[in-house]
Design a protein around this ligand. Structure first.
Ligand SMILES: [Zn+2]
Ligand SMILES: [Zn+2]
Length: 547
């Protein structure tokens, strides 16, 4: 099928066979509800598929809803829609002011803008003649609203498509386990893109065993050597660590003092650049001390590393190379991310250091080496979703490498190179990983093989959440049916945050139709308890964090 000439005058790229097949299948389903999982390896050209589909729907005189994770982090996708489709694209995100929002609303209402592209709340936007819903990076946790009205924009997008009687396309290189399960159950149809666009080779991924390696600010000699070699060849390198700041904790070697946050069960992070100790959970700050606040010793040492420390180390190792750090601190000012990205695209040999901001949707064709400083955090977390998140992040980061003519390499530093999940990820990629990890979930009875809801409670007095939750448990105890379990009350993983004590009760059921009647009962019990007035509580159905 013919694609329209883009608004910028260039010719659209030729589709590879899998892309063409995906476009044809979804177009064939226009006019009725159908759910598709577009599972495409990074660099396989999912965006081009979205664009062709949007063009088809526009040609039929109808409208398209496109949901993206966080618009500030995916400017390239938004730009491609605008460049290609010209006017007629409404971009909706949290940084619009009221009059911009009002204008966008008018344009959509009058049918001038028939592509509505935005972050999660856009799923509720009124759109006439909706004929296609697209959710890009459907695995991204930012689709879940975490406070107030808690909802999953991805799940609502599927419901909305069903109501509108139109197809929904969920796209990802690393689909959520929920969506993979829906494919398995026949609820979603999978469209594969296994081949990279433009014939680029997939990156080669290797584990770097750092058990007996001396580390310099977390970087091993083999990794530093590879970085040096790649830069010397005039190519670009990306070093990834998902922790901003200089170091996650400051410690006194004389008395053992640690930089505890006064309001949370967490440490304040060392931020050297700003001269601060800063809690990433509640935002509390204090000046970076030069002496121990308890014993007065000067033996204060930052422990562990963040991107700031990695940057400092790399600057010392490679003084002649331009170094660009991309994380929330370095991009806090509006427009600074775009500015940094321009520098990357303009320069030759560049060393990029960053957090997950680097993993999201950006295209760095000249990066041929990605170094992952630490993959181990996700392997041993108490959160059963941590391995899924780790694999998604590693695959997304790896996908930044070698999108140009030269193949990319990914080196992952780990102290657990034999870990079965890491092994399967390296050998078989995300697909094999997901298969293995889903087996573990099935054996443990965790979602997506069960359904959960979390009753979260917090209060300024330590015992109140427990008392409230115990009241709920006692009242519910007689009404539990087969196949429904209550776990708790237990303290939250971070029992105190922002000066409030937190606990929760987990409700789990094998079937959703068993869960919901119980939740109705639970809500009426919770509302009626006298303790309810002394605590803050909320019910989170399908929680994705804080378990
Ligand atoms: Zn001390
Ligand atoms: Zn705090």
């Amino acid at each position: 099928m013919e694609a329209a000439r883009p608004a910028d005058g260039s010719l659209p790229p030729v589709l590879h066979a899998e892309q063409a097949a995906a476009v044809q299948t979804v177009c064939g389903a226009l006019g009725g509800f159908a759910a598709f999982l577009l599972q495409g390896v990074t660099g396989s050209g999912k965006t081009e598929v979205y664009l062709r589909l949007a063009e088809q729907v526009l040609a039929r005189g109808n409208s398209v809803l496109v949901l993206v994770p966080e618009i500030a982090l995916t400017p390239q996708l938004a730009c491609r829609f605008v460049d290609r489709l010209g006017g007629g694209v409404a971009l909706l995100h949290s940084r619009l002011n009221d009059s911009e929002r009002e204008q966008a609303w008018q344009r959509v209402r009058l049918g001038r803008d028939r592509v509505v592209l935005g972050t999660r709340s856009t799923v509720l936007y009124p759109i006439d003649h909706l004929e296609l819903v697209i959710v890009d990076e459907e695995h991204d946790t930012s689709f879940k609203q975490q406070d107030g009205l808690r909802y999953s924009a991805r799940d609502l997008a599927v419901i909305r498509a069903r109501r509108a009687g139109c197809p929904v396309v969920l796209g990802s290189a690393t689909p959520s386990f929920e969506s993979l399960r829906n494919v398995e159950m026949g609820r979603y149809r999978r469209l594969w893109l296994r081949q990279r666009a433009g014939g680029a080779q997939p990156p080669e991924i290797r584990l770097l065993d750092i058990r007996d390696q001396p580390l310099r600010s977390g970087l091993s000699d083999p990794l530093l050597r590879e970085i040096g070699r790649t830069l010397a060849a005039g190519e670009q390198v990306m070093v990834f660590l998902n922790r901003r700041g200089y170091a996650p904790v400051l410690a006194c070697y004389a008395c053992g003092w640690l930089s505890d946050c006064p309001r949370c069960d967490a440490r304040q992070t060392v931020h050297r650049g700003q001269g601060l100790l800063w809690c990433h959970h509640c935002g509390s700050q204090r000046p970076l001390p030069t002496q121990c606040p308890v014993c007065g010793s000067l033996e204060l040492h930052p422990l562990g590393q963040g991107t700031e420390r990695i940057e400092q180390r790399l600057a010392a190792e490679f003084p002649d190379v331009s170094l660009i750090r991309i994380d929330r601190d370095a991009t806090a000012r509006k427009g600074s991310l775009d500015h940094l990205l321009e520098q990357v695209h303009a320069a030759g040999a560049v060393l990029l250091v960053g957090t997950q901001m680097l993993a999201k949707g950006h295209h760095f064709p000249r990066v041929t080496l990605v170094g992952v400083v630490d993959a181990d955090g996700g392997l041993f977390s108490a959160d059963f979703r941590a391995p899924e998140r780790m694999a998604q992040l590693l695959v997304q980061v790896a996908g930044r490498a070698g999108r140009g003519e030269k193949p990319g390499r990914v080196l992952i530093q780990t102290r657990y190179p034999e870990h079965p999940l890491l092994q399967v990820l390296v050998r078989e990629g995300y697909e094999g990983f997901a298969r293995a990890a889903l087996c573990e979930r099935a054996a443990a009875g965790w979602p997506p093989f069960s359904h959960q809801a979390l009753l979260r409670v917090e209060a300024t007095q330590a015992e109140r959440p427990q008392v409230f939750l115990q009241g709920v448990v006692d009242a519910l105890a007689g009404e539990l049916s087969e196949g429904v379990e209550l776990w708790g009350p237990v303290p939250a993983p971070m029992p105190r945050r922002q000066g409030r004590y937190r606990a929760h009760l987990l409700v789990q059921a094998g079937r959703r139709d068993l869960l919901h009647p119980l939740l109705d009962r639970l809500l009426s019990i919770a509302r009626a308890l006298p303790e309810a007035r002394r605590v803050r509580w909320s019910l989170d159905v399908d929680p994705v964090d804080g378990l």
